[in-house]
Design a protein around this ligand. Structure first.
Ligand code: NAI
Length: 246
């Protein structure tokens, strides 16, 4: 896998899977563009990228803000010459069982996890279509496929992401753009570390390999799907879940 001369945008790159993904693409020779809701939060990943001699740019962008997303993509194109890969990783949870879930929590998760992916995917696709090449990768989840207690809103968005992935793969293939999703299982990041320890132990135990995932496990999947080695793969959902659903 080699991303020399390629520009890779990662949303929600300040920590967790996004940060590991930014570092992985940098390690493989890509120019890396990191974005997150606050510039301060990006200082750590930027320091690590710079320490590894990776050419990197940081943007303070909320993926729900269409204007800010469009401006970022235009700036990336102007400054780097192309947008070759986008990893639509930014995502949130706001859990609650159906009978208790607040409308506000429902809307907030839809806005970031679904509309945010639409905003970034659309802005990137317009540039990629002009280029005649590109790769769009979207963050789904095992929860989108199988559902999860207390996650009506989150599951809806992660299943929605699969629908968008398959639709975009059909629409954009002719323009040389591949689109895929990754469905992580339970990965040890700040998002999951807030789950009760007994639930995490249960998930670990359910996996045939008795493991929870690491952010790097997902970063590796994104790097593979973005690479030329995956040139015949589009419209698919790659589960990276340690077999937890078997
Ligand atoms: P995390 O909570 O550790 O990191 C998410 C990052 O996204 C944070 O830096 C946050 O500031 C950023 N972000 C949130 N809202 C944003 C917005 N509106 N605009 C820009 N950035 C925003 O999450 P984690 O665990 O690294 O997850 C990354 C993605 O992978 C998410 O889409 C998540 O749903 C998905 N995922 C994670 C799993 C896990 O087990 N950790 C399992 C399945 C899917």
């Amino acid at each position: 896998m080699n991303f020399n001369g390629k520009t890779v945008v990662v949303t929600g790159a300040a920590r967790g899977i996004g940060k590991a993904t930014a570092l992985k693409f940098g390690e493989k020779g890509g120019k890396v563009v990191v974005c997150d809701i606050s510039m301060d939060s990006l200082s750590e990943v930027m320091e690590e990228l710079k320490a590894n001699q990776v050419e990197a740019l940081a943007f303070e962008v909320d993926v729900t803000d269409r204007e800010a997303v469009e401006k970022m993509m235009k700036d990336v194109k102007d400054q780097c010459g192309s947008v070759d890969v986008i990893v639509n990783n930014a995502g949130i949870t706001a859990d609650g069982r159906l009978v208790k879930l607040e409308e506000e929590a429902f809307d907030k998760v839809i806005d970031v996890n679904l509309k945010g992916v639409f905003n970034c995917g659309q802005a990137a696709a317009r540039i990629m279509a002009e280029q005649g090449s590109g790769v769009i990768l979207n963050a789904s989840s095992v929860v989108g496929i199988y559902g999860n207690f207390g996650q009506t809103n989150y599951a809806a968005t992660k299943w929605g992401v699969i629908g968008m992935t398959k639709t975009w793969a059909k629409e954009l293939g002719k323009q040389g753009i591949r689109v895929n999703a990754v469905a992580p299982g339970f990965i040890l990041t700040p998002m999951v570390e807030k789950m009760p320890e007994n639930v995490l132990d249960m998930m670990k135990d359910k996996s045939p390999i008795k493991k929870l995932g690491k952010p790097e496990d997902i970063a590796n999947a994104y790097a593979f799907l973005a690479s030329e080695e995956a040139g015949f793969i589009t419209g698919t959902v790659l589960s990276v879940d340690g077999g937890v659903v078997l």
